[in-house]
Design a protein around this ligand. Structure first.
Ligand SMILES: Cc1ncc(C[n+]2csc(CCOP(=O)(O)OP(=O)(O)O)c2C)c(N)n1
Ligand SMILES: [Mg+2]
Length: 329
């Protein structure tokens, strides 16, 4: 993973930088709170936190336009918050309550939003990849200029369905950005143990799909790469692959004892490449914000997250009648 860069003068406004800071911080604090509620027994089942990977979604959302679509795996809270879904609705879904975005019946891995064009939340590794191509197929058919961001992990990238999808997306020149969130682990398996090559994006070459590596700890680099990928898709040139090198600070899920890596390894990334610290430094050294300005943002975000947690605790359990709604048969 590339080390943090602070010397390069960023080509963004102070307001934009503050927005990215705020959005990444919201994800981080939200996930920390979710971890706490899980520890208190208020969240059951699986819960996969996104801490460390915040710059990936925030950077790509900065490159998206209204009406663009997104679909991802079970590690999905960050994607939902970054596309503007309500933190209270997401948190209440985690606690399985009526006020949750899936009325408490989907949980952490299964939320959707028609309004924000968020198509899940998928617990089956890799399953969202062909679905993402399908969403892009619909847009191509409608000729509406929309692009679909299809996110998946380094582990998922070893699945056969990913390459069937690459083939079809290339044949049909679908407007889809395949985002490989390479956080270097698939559950407890390091990428070096599961994947034959260090980089994954070049597998697209076999299908004629261009791609590149992106520093996923630098929100500005992600945004820039995202804009390039989106422009490629909107120009009708077909799919594009972004392999975003990132790192997950927490275990795979809340029940992971994390014996497959050292504390020092995690600590080193936190100290040297944290994506939020990166923007914080840019804001301070560029004199775009003072410590007090950033403290005020921190306070504001804490308040949003506390309110989401209160809502998630106070919302009632779904009524028994809900057993018979939203089902196919
Ligand atoms: C088809 C399928 N196989 C196995 C699993 C169990 N499983 C859940 S997550 C995971 C690892 C995926 O790793 P990666 O794609 O790198 O995503 P990350 O968790 O790092 O975000 C596995 C094997 C599953 N959910 N679905
Ligand atoms: Mg992974």
């Amino acid at each position: 993973m590339a080390a943090r860069k602070t010397t390069k003068k960023p080509n963004v406004s102070a307001e934009e930088l503050k927005t990215y800071y705020r959005e990444m911080l919201l994800i981080r604090r939200f996930e920390e709170k979710a971890g706490q509620l899980y520890g208190m027994g208020l969240i059951g089942g699986f819960c996969h936190l996104y801490i460390g990977q915040e710059a990936v979604v925030v950077g790509l959302e900065a490159a998206a336009e209204d009406g663009d679509k997104r679909i991802t795996s079970y590690r999905d809270h960050g994607h939902m918050l970054a596309c503007g879904m309500d933190p209270g609705g997401v948190m209440a879904e985690l606690t399985g309550r009526e006020g949750g975005l899936s009325k408490g019946k989907g949980g952490s891995m299964h939320m959707f939003s028609k309004e924000k064009h968020f198509y899940g939340g998928h617990g089956i590794v890799g399953a969202q990849v062909p679905l993402g191509a399908g969403l892009a197929f619909a847009d191509k058919y409608k000729d509406n200029g929309r692009v679909t961001f299809t996110y998946f992990g380094d582990g998922a990238a070893n699945q056969g369905q990913v390459y069937e999808t690459f083939n079809m997306a290339a044949i049909w020149q679908l407007p889809v950005v395949f985002v490989i969130e390479n956080n270097q682990y698939a559950m407890g398996t390091a990428q070096s143990r599961s994947t034959s090559t260090k980089d994954i994006y070049h597998r697209g070459e076999a299908f004629g799909i261009p791609g590149e590596i992106v520093n996923g700890m630098d929100v500005l680099a992600v945004k820039e790469a995202g804009e390039k990928a989106v422009a490629h898709c909107r120009a009708g040139k077909g799919p594009y692959i972004l392999e975003v090198k990132t790192y997950r600070y927490r275990g795979h899920s809340m029940s992971d004892p994390a014996k497959y890596r050292t504390r020092e390894e995690v600590q080193k990334v936190r100290e040297q490449s944290d994506p939020i610290e990166h923007v914080r430094e840019l804001l301070l050294t560029g004199k775009h914000a003072t410590e007090d300005d950033l403290k005020a943002i921190d306070k504001e975000i804490k308040e949003v997250v506390n309110q989401a947690a209160e809502f998630a605790k106070e919302s009632p359990e779904p009524s028994l009648d809900e057993l018979w709604t939203d089902i196919y048969a």
